[in-house]
Design a protein around this ligand. Structure first.
Ligand SMILES: [Zn+2]
Length: 340
């Protein structure tokens, strides 16, 4: 195989080489969450020439995203395009050789294994610990490397997990799945450059894995603070008796049908996911709601205001209720206007 000119500078790097470039070309990369981290990771890895890139996100582009989410443009926010769709549209213009797969959905115990199946590496661009803990279980079970990342205010952190080589995410943050933090990008903000910095670190770790140099990944929790100038790497030890990587107990993965609501990071909003295989009739719902409310819609979602609340309903039945952080209020509005 001849290395195309567009990858020449990358293949010249001795750590990559021509064989490494070919391995990158044959890889399948899954990015879960396409916000500050995921959009910038996707940009780097599409340019690097991965074979297939699976883009997963449940949310849509809004104006507050444009400051740090490097793939999106004003028109995406104006049209409320799902992030996965907007990302794919942009990436296809950046590198048309990559096979893109778009998934506009919530990642949960019912679909995570299918989504990451066949992945060379999974990258975290998420905003919550529950889904990260779920991905950790799925990746340990399926022996797929994954890279955690997070950023807020002026700092961020990241760690790489390779089953069989490194400890796992649960070793680092035991039992963190029910954890929520009062610090969100809505309460303390987020500096644009920290998103790019953590994304670049995650993408670099991914490239090591893609070229088969798993033993060269960072073995610690990297903490980057941009405003006060520090980068530290704290060692991560294997947790004695870790239920996930040692005992292979996958409690989150084995739960089903109970994930009804989740608060969305950085927005006074709650996502409502219909239980199990519940399906809605999107067209009928649109028609019905249009009689009561002023409803805006596109091919992927509809949105309307109900008093102090804003409601966005996706075609797959998921909804995001804005203006509340109370799951009961969100469930009640969903039940009242959408059903399920
Ligand atoms: Zn572990």
């Amino acid at each position: 195989m001849i290395i195309p000119e567009r990858y020449a500078r990358q293949a010249l790097v001795s750590e990559i080489g021509e064989a490494g470039q070919q391995a990158i070309r044959q890889s399948r990369v899954v990015i879960i969450g396409l916000g500050a981290l995921g959009s910038n990771i996707a940009n780097i890895l599409a340019r690097a020439g991965v074979g297939s890139l699976c883009l997963v996100d449940r949310d849509f582009v809004d104006w507050t995203n444009l400051q740090r989410q490097g793939l999106y443009e004003e028109e995406d926010a104006a049209n409320s395009l799902p992030k996965a769709v907007a990302a794919k549209n942009r990436l296809a213009r950046i590198n048309s050789e990559v096979d893109y797969e778009v998934i506009v959905d919530d990642v949960n115990s019912g679909n995570v294994e299918k989504i990451i199946s066949g992945a060379t590496v999974v990258l975290d661009g998420l905003d919550n610990f529950y889904t990260r803990a779920l991905i950790n279980e799925a990746c340990v079970k399926m022996r797929i490397p994954w890279i955690y990342g997070g950023c807020i205010a002026t700092y961020g952190s990241t760690a790489t997990f390779v089953p069989g080589i490194t400890p796992c995410f649960n070793c680092l943050f035991p039992g963190v799945s029910g954890h929520t933090s009062p610090f969100t990008c809505d309460t303390v903000g987020v500096l644009g450059p920290i998103a790019f910095m953590v994304a670049a670190w995650e993408a670099s770790e991914a490239l090591k894995i893609l070229v088969g140099k798993k033993d060269q990944v960072s073995r610690g929790l990297t903490f980057i603070e941009l405003w006060h100038n520090s980068v530290t790497i704290a060692p991560v030890e294997r947790l004695q008796g870790c239920p996930v990587c040692e005992k292979q107990e996958f409690n989150l993965l084995n739960r089903s049908g109970d994930l009804m609501t989740t608060s969305l990071c950085g927005r006074k909003a709650v996502q409502v996911v219909p239980a199990g295989s519940t399906k809605i009739n999107f067209e009928l719902t649109l028609e019905t709601l249009s009689k009561i409310f002023q409803v805006e819609h596109n091919a992927y979602l509809l949105r309307f205001r109900c008093g102090e609340y804003g409601i966005v309903l996706f075609r797959d039945g998921r909804a995001i209720v804005f203006g509340t952080e109370d799951p009961q209020v969100a469930r009640s509005l969903y039940g009242r206007y959408i059903g399920g």
